[in-house]
Design a binder for this molecule. Structure first.
Ligand code: HEC
Ligand code: HEC
Length: 345
């Protein structure tokens, strides 16, 4: 399997700036700044927007790009074709997703929310910055199969894009930096922090007895990896899944080359987990119940199996059903239906 690590680095950016003349947004351009919404109880986000000041205009440009099939060589496979809002921006009901030329991805598309809090992206952490992340799907032959130059040619020929780019950046030409910054403003400000769980934390709602019981089990058995409030600690772990023949995905080891990282994958957030199925890095589980069953009875021994799971997790069938009830409280319908994140007209 081909491994690519996509990193944003200072020397690359500086070289880019020299070449581009580092055009700045004109001081008098009528842009409308906005700030990232930080839900109550969330930690401080990463400095992902440090060199990319948030403006309504760039966000809107990013939103249009996210829903635009012209970012792919077939003119159809937009970011949104694999990241569907109603499915928490995962691919609804698909273990793997469809890219151009009837190709298939080799991993399950993760849901997208709260990415401004993520130090690294992708199941193996191969991407270190949200701004360069789109280069991965855009250029992958089994995803969008395009080139940045090809996209820029299409977009610069479109008067609507020239207007939007002018509004966001002070001149009408789209370039790679502007495209990537605008996309990051969209994906990085998709926030989910208004589920029943969040309302209970804020004291404005109450768990049912089963949800409360599930939360107690969750805090005892799951939070060490799925840490609140993001429901991930951003670490890479082996939960004892057997290697899927054909995919042969060793996870984090593809990036670090360390045998001690074999079969480790990023701990996924569980926010909106009820709508983001199937589950696991390759979508092998079709329900959250099946994932919990894995922790109860399926963890395979191996040198990199997480020590917390050496004996599986002891969870009774009642506790399993309470856990499922609790996970249901992580569904945030305001986010799933937020018109701000929907396809622009
Ligand atoms: C063909 C399906 C497909 C398309 C098209 C696609 N993605 Fe993805 N996306 C995926 C898959 C699969 C992953 C997981 C990749 C991995 O872990 O190696 C992913 C991962 C991501 C992540 C990282 C999320 C995380 O939790 O780490 C972001 C952000 C993202 N995609 C945004 C985009 C954007 C922006 C576009 C359009 C430029 C796009 N995707 C196009 C399937 C797709
Ligand atoms: C040792 C760390 C660890 C513990 C403890 C743990 N998880 Fe996980 N969890 C992971 C990792 C890592 C993955 C991704 C594994 C993969 O795909 O290879 C995952 C995946 C999941 C998924 C699939 C999510 C998705 O979007 O694909 C669910 C659901 C889940 N865990 C629920 C739980 C519950 C409920 C508990 C407690 C009973 C729990 N986990 C305990 C690390 C952990």
């Amino acid at each position: 399997m081909k491994t690519r690590v996509i990193q944003l680095s200072l020397p690359v950016l500086t070289a880019f700036c020299l070449w581009q003349g580092c055009r700045k947004t004109q001081a008098d351009a009528p842009v409308t700044p906005f700030t990232l919404e930080v839900p109550q109880g969330f930690p401080a986000p990463t400095p992902v927007f440090r060199d990319n000041p948030l403006t309504r205009e760039a966000f809107e440009l990013g939103r249009r790009l996210f829903y635009d099939g012209r970012l792919a060589k077939d003119g159809i496979t937009s970011c949104a074709s694999c990241h569907q809002q109603f499915a928490g921006f995962a691919t609804f009901d698909h273990a793997l997703s469809h890219g151009v030329d009837n190709a298939s991805t080799t991993r399950n598309a993760p849901g997208l929310s709260n990415l401004a809090w993520y130090p690294e992206l992708h199941w193996d952490g191969s991407v270190n910055h949200l701004e360069v992340q789109p280069l991965s799907p855009i250029t992958a032959a089994n995803e969008m199969g395009e080139t940045v130059a090809g996209i820029l040619k299409k977009l610069n020929a479109d008067s609507r894009y020239r207007e939007l780019t002018n509004a966001a950046f002070g001149s009408p030409e789209m370039d790679s930096q502007r495209m990537l910054k605008a996309l990051a403003q969209f994906t990085g400000t998709i926030v989910s922090g208004d589920s029943k769980y969040d309302r209970v934390q804020r004291g404005t709602d109450r768990f049912t007895p089963a949800e409360e019981a599930g939360y107690t089990v969750f805090k005892a058995k799951c939070t060490s990896c799925h840490r609140e409030p993001l429901f991930t600690d951003h670490s890479y772990r082996n939960i004892g899944l057997p290697l899927q023949p054909g995919l042969d995905d060793v996870g984090r080891m593809r990036i670090t080359k360390l045998p001690s990282d074999s079969l480790k994958f990023r701990v996924p957030s569980l926010r909106n987990v009820m709508v983001t199925g199937p589950y696991g890095h390759d979508g092998r589980f079709f329900s959250v119940g099946a994932v919990i069953e894995h922790y109860r009875t399926g963890t395979r021994p191996g040198p990199t199996l997480d020590p917390l799971l050496r004996n599986g997790l002891s969870i009774s069938l009642n506790e399993k059903s309470d856990l499922v009830q609790f996970l249901g409280t992580l569904t945030d319908t305001a986010y799933l239906r937020n018109p701000r994140y929907a396809e622009p007209r």
